[in-house]
Design a protein around this ligand. Structure first.
Ligand code: BG6
Length: 476
């Protein structure tokens, strides 16, 4: 099998990382509007109110809100077939529990989608990418409260209707799988998903299991609703999964690695197999966790199955030795893999991992997969001629795309698209930095918010343009 001629080449961005304009046209405060800048070593601070003396990178983003026409024209110049955007919930329902949506917020996304369609770029819309109205966290306790599922569904319905027949590909959630009751997390990882700092969550196991259940249920209900509104809608969910390798071939360590990786799959199981997995319910029972299950929930799992799976892939990790207290991966500061190099932010560079993950996931579910994120965060330097020669990024992307091709052509995996993360430099989610750059397009903005915001094509811009034109036939 060859890469399809309609293969969806493109990129992915998220509202809070690029739009800026954080109070424009009636937008409410979203959870990421309260997070400062950090670095690889220094975690981002999470505030409960906006402190006027601090800088919050989402407030400015890269000003995509006002410059989307220019940016989309650049994506079109590269030949993009698809762009994944997210809808900031707090633009549509500023507090989350209003009766009526904010029309100005809807109009903005309708305009963005029109602009994409004008350039023959397929919009792929994520309904939840770390963008939750803060009010829902403060007033209702976030996803631990079932009412938030209803507010989310109302938001989804509003957006499905507003973009009906314009948008065909939808994503219910980005990376909800980082919530796991049995895994220690840093504050930012539970915060980006649910607006709650890990260290402050009371009764952690119970709360995180409930959040995981409610979000999984919400995704299934949103899929069901999206199909009812328009049967042509193709609705998926995006997961951020790392292949987890054993530290050696001691069967105990192999099993440990398998179990660690497997923890990330229960929500996909629930969304593909028509029921919330019994093994998870039993696990929770053993831990004394009680899930808030309503009898009608089974209908949601039965009728809310995904049409496709979105995979965000950046790195692989190595599981700690069996019995070790630590339960972490290379991405989050665990064991390094001696066979692999890492990025400046410590993320392993493992192209074969993407082939492994595609195979593993496709064999498990048989559903079409789209790579919804993949890319290299790096420090770029503008040379004396004003150019950015980002050969390291080209090498990273080329190696990963080669492995995707092998997964499709040699392993018969149904992968229907590749969306590179951050085709234009934007704010890093984990660190808030601008200096962690992913883009084909450079944005003149530094970590302190200084710069003209001018857009410049990097060397990789022309490279990706050629990859798309040739459908990756002549990768170097
Ligand atoms: C993904 C997220 O997990 O990782 C993106 O979906 C994020 O929002 C991306 O930007 C890369 O992470 P970072 O921290 O380098 O921006």
């Amino acid at each position: 099998m060859k890469l399809d001629s309609n293969f969806l080449w493109g990129g992915s961005i998220a509202a809070h990382q690029c739009e800026g304009a954080f109070q424009a046209d009636g937008k409410g405060t979203g959870i990421m509007d309260l997070v400062t800048i950090g670095s690889y070593q220094q975690p981002r601070e999470i505030d409960s109110e906006i402190n006027p003396n601090k800088r919050y990178p989402s407030h400015q983003g890269i000003d995509f809100y006002h410059r989307y026409r220019e940016d989309i024209a650049l994506f079109a110049e590269m030949g993009f077939k698809a762009l994944r955007i997210s809808i900031d919930w707090s633009r549509i329902y500023p507090k989350g529990d209003e009766e009526q949506p904010n029309q100005a917020g809807l109009k903005y996304y309708q305009d963005v989608v029109e602009e994409l369609l004008k350039h023959n770029i397929e919009p792929i819309v994520t309904l939840y990418h770390f963008e939750m109205p803060v009010h829902l966290v403060k007033q209702y306790g976030s996803w631990a409260n079932r009412k938030v599922v209803d507010f989310y569904l109302k938001f989804c319905e509003t957006v499905y209707q507003a973009l009906n027949h314009k948008v065909k590909y939808w994503v219910t959630f980005n990376e909800m799988n980082h919530i796991d009751p049995q895994t220690e997390a840093s504050d930012i990882f539970t915060y980006i998903i649910a607006g709650l700092k890990y260290s402050e969550i009371e009764n952690k196991k119970q709360t995180l299991a409930t959040i995981g259940y409610n979000m999984t249920l919400a995704s299934c209900l949103a899929v069901k609703m999206g199909h009812e509104i328009n049967p042509d809608n193709q609705i998926g969910c995006v997961f951020g999964i790392e292949p987890v390798y054993p530290v050696d071939c001691n069967p105990e360590n192999v099993l440990n690695a398998f179990q660690q990786m497997d923890r990330d799959f229960y929500q996909i199981d629930a969304m593909c197999n028509g029921e919330f997995p019994k093994y998870k319910l039993n696990e929770y029972q053993d831990l004394g966790i009680e899930l808030p299950i309503n009898p009608e929930d089974s209908q949601a799992f039965e009728h809310g199955r995904l049409d496709f799976i979105g995979m965000n892939y950046y790195a692989s990790s190595v599981a700690e030795y069996e019995g070790s207290d630590a339960n972490s991966s290379a991405l989050f500061g665990g064991l390094q893999n001696p066979f692999l190099k890492t990025s400046k932010w410590g993320w392993t560079i493992d192209p074969i991992g993407i082939r492994y993950l595609l195979n593993y996931t496709y064999r498990k579910y048989g559903l079409p997969i789209i790579i919804t994120e993949n890319g290299l965060g790096a420090v770029d330097k503008v040379n004396q001629a004003g150019e950015i020669v980002d050969d390291y990024r080209i090498a990273y992307l080329s190696d990963h795309i080669s492995e995707i091709k092998k997964a499709v052509e040699l392993d018969q995996v149904a992968c229907f698209g590749y969306l590179m993360w951050g085709p234009i430099d934007l704010v890093s989610a984990t660190t808030g930095q601008m200096s962690k750059r992913y883009g084909f397009i450079h944005v003149d903005l530094d970590d302190e918010g200084r710069g003209s915001l001018a857009r410049t094509r990097k060397k990789s811009f022309n490279w990706y343009q050629q990859v798309i034109t040739e459908n990756a036939e002549n990768l170097k």
